[in-house]
Write a protein that binds this ligand. Structure first.
Ligand SMILES: [Zn+2]
Length: 431
């Protein structure tokens, strides 16, 4: 049986562990996972990675592409090129910061049309739940969105207002009626304040961890009242972890994610507005608690929350600067640098950055090297270091808090459905 592609590695990260294997691909899918030292199967193309690891393509369910409408902040071509270079083969785009926001089927069609023909990785879409659109959520679900994002506090853009407690429940009752998923930016607006001044400590004090914890409790209450599944986006504060763990132990269908910047950066080292995001990067002790929660399964996903802007909006004033960290191309290396130092292995990283997000969005055939799945593969050189140069990254604007940092782990190659992503020709599909 002739294959289209065979990729061999002494360190293939499979569902049951890391071991030598040969991954054989036909028609864009993984046809077989064979022993590494079996006689080489007949294939049109083959690669032997040796000691370079072979991972499933990562799935990043939290990306703000911003096209159309704010394409000068980020666009589909640049974001997906950055994703592929960073080992991410599937992204799910957030419904806000593009114009129009993805809050009805017409807007989803506008977005799909904008993305068509220019994506280098596979792209899916979240819908948005805002005041007044509950009756339209089923239509968006049927049109193919993976779930619905809402805010409980102001989002940063006027066209995407937050839900109050009643609005949250109304939307979640509707979502429960078709078995959908609500994903929530959880900060309680009653516990947020205007920063008292331009410094980072003043910004951090304006968005306390307690605001996150209270909002998480509100979402848990809404899940129990409505029966809808919910997911907490970008957990930054360790104060969320106890209520999340307790709810999960009771069988409440709630999950949560965190992001590379909360796991690798600390408030103590914040150097400029490129670090500003909401909720904020917190202290080192808080970061350690997030790692423990990943190990315990209370947090199940690490996703980028890549949310870029143009440089002019990153003013040197933490009260006024745009909030959003750009890291789509760097998440795997940033996390590997920190995770390996903490004694975690590639299997853990794959669970958090591929399997977990794929399961969250219900992306069948993604996030794992297994027969029948899409042949989305990444060659990852775990021992190689590089210094981040923001101007050399593929995302549109050369801003990232990782600029100048030395990271460990280099993506050597990315395959999407068995085809090597080179950036010359967009190979991605709209999901
Ligand atoms: Zn976000």
């Amino acid at each position: 049986m002739r294959y289209d592609l065979v990729v061999r590695s002494r360190r293939a990260v499979l569902g049951d562990g890391e071991r030598p294997a040969a991954v054989a691909v036909r028609d864009g899918r993984i046809a077989a996972v064979l022993p590494y030292d079996a006689p080489p199967p007949e294939a049109a193309e083959s690669a032997d990675l040796g000691d370079v690891a072979l991972l499933p393509g990562l799935v990043d369910t939290h990306v703000h592409v911003n096209e159309p409408g704010r394409t000068h902040w980020e666009g589909f071509a640049t974001a997906t090129r950055a994703a592929a270079a960073g080992g991410v083969t599937t992204i799910v785009d957030m419904p806000l910061n593009s114009l129009p926001p993805t809050v009805d089927v017409a807007a989803l069609e506008v977005k799909r049309a904008a993305a068509a023909g220019q994506v280098h990785v596979d792209v899916g879409f979240w819908g948005g739940a805002i005041p007044g659109n509950a009756a339209g959520l089923r239509g968006l679900h049927e049109a193919g969105v993976y779930g619905f994002k809402c805010f409980l506090s102001p989002s940063g853009v006027d066209e995407f207002p937050p839900l109050d407690g009643a609005g949250l429940r109304e939307a979640m009752r509707e979502i429960a009626s078709f078995g959908g998923l609500m994903v929530v930016h959880a900060e309680d607006p009653r516990l947020l304040a205007e920063p008292a001044g331009p410094t980072y400590p003043q910004f951090l004090a304006s968005r306390p961890g307690e605001a996150e914890a209270r909002a998480v409790e509100e979402v848990i209450a809404a899940v129990r009242e409505t029966g809808a599944r919910a997911h907490i986006l970008h957990v930054s504060s360790a104060a969320c972890l106890e209520p999340l763990a307790a709810a999960r132990a009771r069988g409440v269908p709630i999950s949560a994610e965190t992001c590379p910047h909360y796991l690798t950066l600390t408030a103590e080292e914040v150097a400029g507005p490129e670090y500003k995001c909401c909720p904020p990067i917190r202290e080192a002790a808080n970061r350690d608690a997030l790692w423990d929660a990943l190990a315990a399964g209370v947090l199940s996903c690490i996703v980028s929350d890549h949310s870029p802007s143009t440089p002019d909006l990153k003013v040197p004033d933490f009260a006024a600067a745009w909030g959003g960290v750009s890291s789509l191309q760097l998440g795997l290396s940033a996390i590997w640098t920190e995770a390996s130092g903490r004694g975690y292995g590639l299997r853990d990283v794959v669970r958090w950055m591929a399997e977990g997000p794929a399961a969250l969005a219900g992306l069948a055939g993604k996030g794992a090297i297994a027969p029948g799945n899409d042949a989305d593969l990444v060659a990852f050189d775990t021992g190689a270091d590089f210094v981040v140069d923001a101007t050399a990254l593929h995302h549109r604007n050369p801003i990232t808090p990782y600029d100048g940092r030395t990271l460990t782990g280099v993506v050597r190659a990315t395959w999407l459905r068995g085809r090597r992503v080179t950036g010359e020709k967009p190979l991605g599909a709209l999901l």
